[in-house]
Design a protein around this ligand. Structure first.
Ligand code: NAP
Length: 333
């Protein structure tokens, strides 16, 4: 049997990702050893951080070297097992990477027991959902009635963060690109308002939605959008810095933020965070998120593409705003 894979061939530093940044390879599968499993990768997930791993200029995760299989999480079916913990047919999650048939150690995967919602373990119950949950509960610390701005609101993290703020009783306004995404924020996710940053004057619209300023800005984007948000803060505002997706197409680091002086006048706090800081609290967070999903309070929108050969293109699409909700790619049934 063959394992098909994409390995890292180039580092997209200061430029968008190109097809030449990946090598496609096929290899004969080796036999598995004790405590190893042969998996069939079924669905893999995409997130902007993958470009950062390709660049290898931050050191918060193990380096991704040229020639390594491109890293991502996935859910997979066990085809063969020399582990006492897993049996053939089990559905598991882990860092299965951009390959069709990973061989993994039993310590590096997790059994998915809720086989009725397996892909949720890549979205709301995976790193994306946990980022939203911890960014809201640990950094933003919402109070009922707070006015909240979420940037990158129609993506995986933003759409979940906005809904968690709603559960906390906040008034939530999302910023996203395009009319369709803005309608989705209001109609599907229950946001109180949405701003299309591509066609509206962001400053004016923020002023309209937040006449007394925002108590919380949950920022996935950085750059000029964050800069505008900083002009619309309430006293003692909290700004949770989750991501800086706007930097990925530029040839320099992020613009600004010039308006950071408003932090002084509004006695505001701007704090970055990593979901990884809170992994010890994953079980409790997942339990809560799962209950919200079951109660219909949290919708995990998935944007499912198909075909292993589309992995590079699917990753590139995140930076063109092609995804609505969590971007996934189906590789096998
Ligand atoms: N701190 C952590 O621990 C942690 C963990 C996971 C993710 N993150 C970060 O959280 C952020 C969101 O991740 P995600 O998985 O939700 O992303 P996602 O689902 O891929 O959403 C990305 C969305 O960002 C928008 N976007 C892209 N380029 C933009 C630009 N130049 N200006 C404004 N909007 C832009 C696009 O939507 P539009 O059509 O609206 O432009 C795109 O659909 C990322 O920056 C990611 O790195 C942080």
């Amino acid at each position: 049997m063959l394992n098909k894979k994409f390995t890292l061939a180039g580092r997209p530093i200061g430029r968008p990702i190109s097809d030449d940044d990946f090598d496609y390879k096929e290899e004969e599968l080796r036999n598995i050893n004790d405590r190893e499993l042969l998996l069939e990768n079924m669905v893999i997930e995409f997130q902007p951080a993958q470009k950062g791993w390709m660049e290898n200029i931050s050191n918060y995760v193990a380096p991704l070297e040229i020639g390594d299989v491109m890293r991502c999480s996935g859910i997979a079916r066990v085809l063969d097992s020399k582990s006492k913990k897993f049996k053939k047919g089990d559905i598991v999650s882990g860092q299965t990477c951009w390959q069709t048939h990973p061989i993994m150690n039993e310590d590096d995967i997790e059994l998915i027991e809720d086989t009725d919602m397996p892909t949720a373990y890549l979205g709301a119950l995976g790193g994306t959902g946990l980022t939203a949950y911890f960014g809201v509960t640990k950094i933003s610390k919402p109070n009922p009635g707070d006015t909240v701005i979420v940037t990158g609101a129609a993506g995986g993290v933003g759409s979940l963060a906005g809904q968690i703020f709603k559960i906390a009783g906040c008034n939530v306004y999302g910023i996203a690109g395009g009319k369709e995404k803005c309608e989705m924020l209001i109609n599907d996710f229950g946001f109180d308002g949405a701003i299309d940053y591509k066609s509206e004057n962001l400053n004016e619209s923020l002023g309209k939605f937040c006449p007394n300023g925002a108590d919380i800005v949950y920022d996935n984007v950085g750059g000029r959008i964050l800069n505008d948000c900083l002009l619309h803060l309430a006293l003692n505002a909290r700004i949770a810095i989750c991501g800086i997706i706007s930097r990925h197409k530029t040839d320099n680091m992020n613009f600004g933020p010039e308006n950071y002086s408003n932090l002084i006048f509004k006695r505001a706090t701007m704090q970055g965070f990593l979901m990884l800081d809170y992994v010890s609290e994953t079980v409790v967070a997942r339990k809560k998120m799962k209950k919200w999903i079951e109660d219909g309070k949290l919708i995990c929108k998935e944007d499912l593409r198909e075909g292993f050969e589309n992995a590079p293109d699917t990753l590139k699409g995140l930076f063109d705003g092609k995804n609505k909700g969590k971007q996934l790619l189906k590789i096998a049934d």
